[in-house]
Design a protein around this ligand. Structure first.
Ligand SMILES: [Zn+2]
Ligand SMILES: [Zn+2]
Ligand SMILES: [Zn+2]
Length: 329
């Protein structure tokens, strides 16, 4: 169902209720638009990196435990030879940072990628910054605040890293009680199969713009876990991945970003989903009359694919804030 173009959005400028939610922390100002009221998002600490509770910081392996690839800088990292690539379930194209394997609407734990770091011999260090594409926050009636793309983004391109407070599952209830917070901004699927350690990333109190991404049963983004180094078997500590929100469909400026919260989010709360996509797994009572058909969804995807192809020059990353340069003699 294409979003109706309102009279206001066509003829009146958007009403900016916050000029920069990140207060200078992001390379671009994060505007909040609310054309319906003066409501602003509740206050939280805008952060560009994770914070760790004491219990969680003890679980994360220090840099000294890192396992690297030994690829030669001249030949580069080749599949079958590079230990980092072999430990990944998908590959990023270094030019456009597109995931090199078709991705569907599968879940968080299905895809992971080990990025080469300065510890690797390949000299191919490719930093995945946490904010890569232009986005802003818009208020919508009945939906609240959501994240809107401000540029074209091709399927497979990383958009933003999910940031929050990293806390172990055991300690999470206690942490929440201390916060006295009722909001749900949790990625509770950071289970480390190999080590048996479960940690959560909770953005109720500390996070970035990604905490505003709403749910859809037909999402246009999905999570890719990006590991900073190869997991060392037998290690009692975890190699904590970055939670990278990556486009799983082509996205145009003005499109809202959606991720799937999973059906249990709705079942445990006993509420229906209001996404009205053809494949909704918790449909409300008026689903039949309002929902988009599969045919409409397929047509819409074709339109988006064409738009992104025609605007490829507009799919680049935003320039990151350069780290301060110190002269070392
Ligand atoms: Zn390599
Ligand atoms: Zn490597
Ligand atoms: Zn739904």
């Amino acid at each position: 169902m294409p979003a109706p173009v309102s009279f206001r959005s066509r003829y009146k400028p958007d009403k900016v209720v916050v000029e920069d939610l990140s207060i200078g922390a992001e390379p671009i100002p994060i505007r909040v638009i609310n054309n319906y009221s003066d409501e602003k998002p509740n206050i939280f600490n805008y952060a560009t990196s994770n914070r760790f509770t004491n219990d969680a910081s003890k679980m994360v392996a220090p840099v000294g435990d890192m396992k690297a690839c030994s690829c030669h800088p001249r030949s580069g990292c080749l599949p079958g030879e590079c230990e980092c690539e072999d430990a990944s379930s998908l590959i990023f194209d270094p030019e456009s940072r597109i995931v090199g394997q078709p991705i569907g609407t599968s879940t968080y734990n299905d895809h992971h990628y080990v990025e080469c770091g300065s510890h690797c011999k390949c000299n191919r260090y490719m930093s995945h910054d946490y904010l890569m594409k232009k986005v802003e926050i818009h208020y919508k009636p009945n939906m609240g605040f959501g994240v809107i793309a401000k540029q074209h983004i091709a399927a497979g391109m990383p958009i933003i890293n999910y940031v929050g407070t990293v806390v172990t599952k055991e300690y999470h209830d206690e942490y929440r009680n201390q916060l006295a917070s009722q909001t749900d901004y949790i990625f509770d699927n950071l289970n480390e199969e190999h080590s048996g350690i479960a940690v959560l990333t909770d953005a109720a109190h500390h996070g970035n713009i990604s905490r505003f991404i709403n749910h859809s049963c037909d999402p246009n983004t999905q999570i890719v876990k990006v590991y900073p180094y190869i997991y060392a078997h037998g290690s009692e500590k975890i190699s904590l991945p970055k939670i990278v929100i990556t486009a799983s469909q082509n996205i145009r400026p003005g499109d809202e970003l959606f991720v799937s919260y999973g059906s249990s989010y709705f079942h445990t709360r006993n509420i229906p989903c209001l996404c009205y996509t053809f494949c909704c797994f918790v449909p409300p009572f008026d689903f039949e009359e309002k929902a988009q058909t599969e045919k409409e969804a397929v047509e819409e995807r074709a339109v988006r694919r064409k738009a992104v192809r025609e605007n490829w020059h507009n799919t680049g990353d935003i320039p990151s804030i350069d780290p301060p340069v110190f002269d070392i003699d």
